[in-house]
Ligand binder design. Structure first.
Ligand code: CP3
Length: 354
């Protein structure tokens, strides 16, 4: 037996603490990973980015693997998340995608009515996103055998909002106008996106990811009734289409007003932001489901004393119940001191050791 085979033999990745938590099983300590754990706050990442554009980086399987592995090892998280971006899939619908330093992403192209939606091509990830699947395979090979790899996609609403707004937005007015004024076109758009997401996530699973997360980052701009009518059935269709047996995480921000509906859309574990106390959120979600969250990423800019105190508040709210994954309430911010991220991960492990 080679040493690699030996490790594979003794460590079954299915028994990784992170995957156990996603399945609601007992764990020896609380697993932790951080959204945007690979990013500009990390010098190694900035060094790579100085040589290549963000888009170029996402398209290069070797660099994707390098950035993914470097981040998880440097902060000693319990899972790696594939280095990629939720917006890449939008190109498969025929829109242009540009990342501008400072102002954020720009989506080029117009969508006026139902006829325009019908003219959009079907998303075929095996063709347009093959480089992501190659990135999964390369990353899986570069990653320590026992470390789980998380795949992901944007959720239908968040992706549709980027298309209709042409980028990030404050009011989401264009999205809401489209949705309220032309519900037929809206639902047709969502259905087309859903078909693409399902193929995309199942392709990532086939390429080797161990769990998937759906990011509905901007869903909190909707009122609860609109969520139920215009979004929930579509998100539900995504979860119903994902290959059975792979644990799923459903993350959203601003979901406090409709957390039960958000939960009902699907996901084994619900990711919550920092605007709701974790214990209250879990009560509403129900302890038969898992939860992920929810430290405000801004705490990472405080002294370690304050950071760890706030972390313990959240860990105490989770109370060693099975089905908990520690994370931030949203992604790591640029300029976050990396030593605070490392201290955070270590503190979660030590404080929760059973
Ligand atoms: O979490 C990880 O470490 C994996 C990589 C990852 C990125 N984006 C890298 C990235 C993941 C999972 C995402 C998801 C993503 N992308 C989301 C959902 C998560 C969230 O934050 O709500 C969203 C909304 C996007 C869209 C997106 N991509 C925006 C708004 C931006 C620009 C914002 C900014 O901070 O400049 C991106 C670019 C992006 N995606 C960067 C990174 C590290 C920064 C690009 C750079 O290096 O310049």
């Amino acid at each position: 037996m080679t040493q690699q085979q030996q490790t594979e033999h003794t460590h079954n990745r299915k028994d990784a603490v992170f995957l156990k938590a996603l399945r609601g099983e007992a764990v020896p300590y609380t697993p932790v990973w951080l959204m945007r754990q690979a990013g500009r706050y990390m010098k190694e990442y900035r060094d790579v980015r100085n040589k290549i554009s963000f888009h170029g980086l996402c398209s290069d399987p070797d660099l994707v693997a390098e950035v993914t592995v470097t981040a998880v090892e440097k902060i000693r998280a319990d899972a790696a998340i594939l280095f990629s971006d939720i917006l890449l899939i939008i190109e498969s619908l025929g829109f242009g995608l540009e990342y501008h330093e400072g102002t954020g992403p720009v989506i080029l192209g117009e969508l006026k009515d139902k006829a325009a939606v019908d003219r959009l091509p079907e998303i075929e990830p095996n063709e347009s996103l093959a480089y992501v699947f190659e990135g999964v395979r390369t990353t899986r090979q570069a990653l320590r055998h026992e470390l789980p790899l998380i795949g992901f996609s944007g959720a239908p609403f968040t992706l549709a909002s980027y298309i209709l707004e042409g980028g990030t937005s404050r009011s989401f007015l264009k999205t809401k106008q489209f949705m309220y004024n032309d519900p037929g076109a809206w639902h047709a758009l969502m259905e087309k996106i859903v078909r693409g997401i399902v193929k995309y996530l199942n392709g990532q699973i086939e390429a080797g990811v161990d769990a998937v997360q759906l990011f509905d980052s901007w869903i909190g701009c909707l009122d609860p009734a609109s969520y139920r009518e215009f979004v929930q059935p579509h998100t539900q269709a995504v979860f119903e289409g994902i290959t059975q047996g792979i644990p799923t995480i459903h993350f959203g921000t601003g979901t406090t007003a409709f957390l039960e509906d958000f939960r009902d859309a699907g996901g084994d574990v619900i990711g919550v932001d920092f605007r709701v106390p974790l214990d209250e959120a879990w009560q509403r979600i129900g302890h038969n489901k898992g939860i992920q969250g929810n430290l405000d990423p801004s705490w990472l800019f405080s002294s370690q004393d304050k950071l760890l105190k706030q972390t313990k508040v959240i860990l105490d709210q989770a109370g060693q119940r099975p089905g908990y994954v520690f994370n931030l309430g949203h992604g790591v911010l640029p300029h976050t001191p990396v030593e605070n991220v490392q201290a955070l991960v270590e503190a979660v492990h030590t404080y929760t050791k059973r």
